[in-house]
Write a protein that binds this ligand. Structure first.
Ligand code: ADP
Ligand code: MG
Length: 385
């Protein structure tokens, strides 16, 4: 029979194939702009940054070691000369291959307003960012493959804790709900998912979506520093029946400016004040704090914001995650740079278990259930003919 399923070797695997993985943390330093002078930090090597600290700052962070310098180590540091291609290759390229073989993945850009997040994720002019490069790579791999894949994308914004569909803004504010699976995965009700087949089509949609991003009331033609943009790309492999089998999903996220949320005073207690603090970023900081402190992931509070509800799986569950922290080397941005490096260093303490979707027994069982139900429908259709 063409519908034999027992030949899939993965089906007999146990769920213990999950491996413990660290969140990957990269730091990108943007070049000084023409009116900036003086530097606050130095790149030591491809993994280490040194920041000069005053006596007072050292008292805050490092009580014993009074060298006048604070070293920070990350998985990778991109200096001012790094190219869009280099950043893509070292952070996201491997994630694209991962989602094709059944992993979920997330890459997010963190940093103060003006530190280069949108440059990295979306790009400017001909310097395309990670979003386009990743989908373009995905199409390249898929087109060479004998299997038939479907690539779907959705693009949403979180602004003032409201979710808007950037590909269909007419649908208004959208709500989150948990699906009925065992993992109670989060879904955005009514969010459009567009099947895309060419990179030109993707670029058109992204361009259209970016134009829909909320503009700061006082700003001219500049997206709000308080809006988060989340692009999701899902790959499905066509099965023998009409049912598509989900392989993996890649989230690519351009976060709001971290400046209002990064001060330690704000963390935790002021979530309810709303308006001038970004609730989603604060909640993300709280989750990162809790996770890096070794808290049992089950007791981390993801419910505090839309962003953390959407990222729950990325931070705690079955997902490879890369954080790209953005800083300016300008002396005038030293406080924000320090805050971002401290935050990123904390995030690099997070680890969680990651496994392939195809090796997950309950995931498989659900997929075979839907194959069976498709076949039943087909049989009854044939009978009534
Ligand atoms: P953010 O999204 O974090 O607010 P942007 O990406 O808009 O910051 O960057 C602010 C400005 O700096 C933009 O004019 C952008 O073109 C420029 N810029 C940022 N990063 C780089 C970089 N790596 N190389 C060149 N210019 C950059
Ligand atoms: Mg931006």
């Amino acid at each position: 029979s063409p519908y034999t399923v027992s030949s899939a070797p993965e089906f007999r695997q146990e769920e213990s194939t999950a491996v413990e993985e660290k969140l990957m943390v990269a730091v990108r330093i943007r070049p000084l702009s023409t009116n900036e002078t003086g530097r606050s930090l130095y790149v030591v090597d491809s993994k280490t940054i040194v920041i000069e600290e005053t006596e007072k700052e050292r008292d805050d962070v490092l009580r014993q070691k009074r060298t006048g310098q604070k070293r920070y180590a990350f998985d990778v540091v991109f200096d001012e000369d790094s190219t869009q291609d280099e950043v893509y290759e070292k952070t996201t390229k491997s994630l694209v291959k991962d989602i094709l073989v059944g992993f979920n993945a997330t890459v997010f850009a963190y940093g103060a307003t003006g530190s280069g997040k949108t440059h990295t994720m979306v790009g400017h002019g001909g310097e395309t960012g990670i979003m386009v490069r990743a989908i373009s790579d995905l199409f390249d791999i898929v087109s060479k493959n004998a299997y038939r894949y479907t690539v779907k994308m959705s693009y949403l914004e979180i602004y003032n804790e409201n979710i808007r569909d950037l590909l269909n803004p007419a649908s208004g504010f959208l709500e989150l709900r948990e699906d009925t699976s065992r993992n109670r995965n989060i879904q955005v009700t009514g969010l459009s998912e567009v099947v895309v087949v060419s990179i030109d089509e993707v670029m058109g949609l992204l361009h259209q979506g970016n134009r829909q991003r909320t503009v700061e009331p006082t700003g001219v033609n500049k997206t709000s520093s308080r809006s988060h943009a989340l692009l999701s790309v899902t790959v499905c492999k066509a099965s023998r029946t009409a049912t598509a089998v989900r392989q993996g999903r890649l989230f690519m996220i351009d976060l709001a400016g971290s400046e209002r949320a990064s001060h330690t005073k704000n963390r935790g207690k002021r979530l309810k004040e709303g308006a001038h603090i970004n609730r989603s970023l604060l909640a993300l900081g709280n989750c990162i704090n809790a996770l890096s402190g070794g808290t049992n992931p089950r007791f981390v509070n993801y419910r505090d914001s839309k962003l953390t509800r959407l990222l729950r799986e990325s931070l705690s569950g079955n997902c490879r995650t890369v954080m790209i922290a953005h800083v300016s080397s300008a002396a005038s941005h030293k406080d924000e740079t320090r805050n971002t490096l401290i935050y990123a260093a904390r995030a690099s303490g997070i680890s969680h278990k990651v496994e392939r979707n195809v090796l997950n027994v309950s995931f498989q069982v659900n997929q075979y259930r839907s194959v069976i139900s498709d076949l039943r429908n087909e049989i009854s259709r044939l009978r009534t003919k």
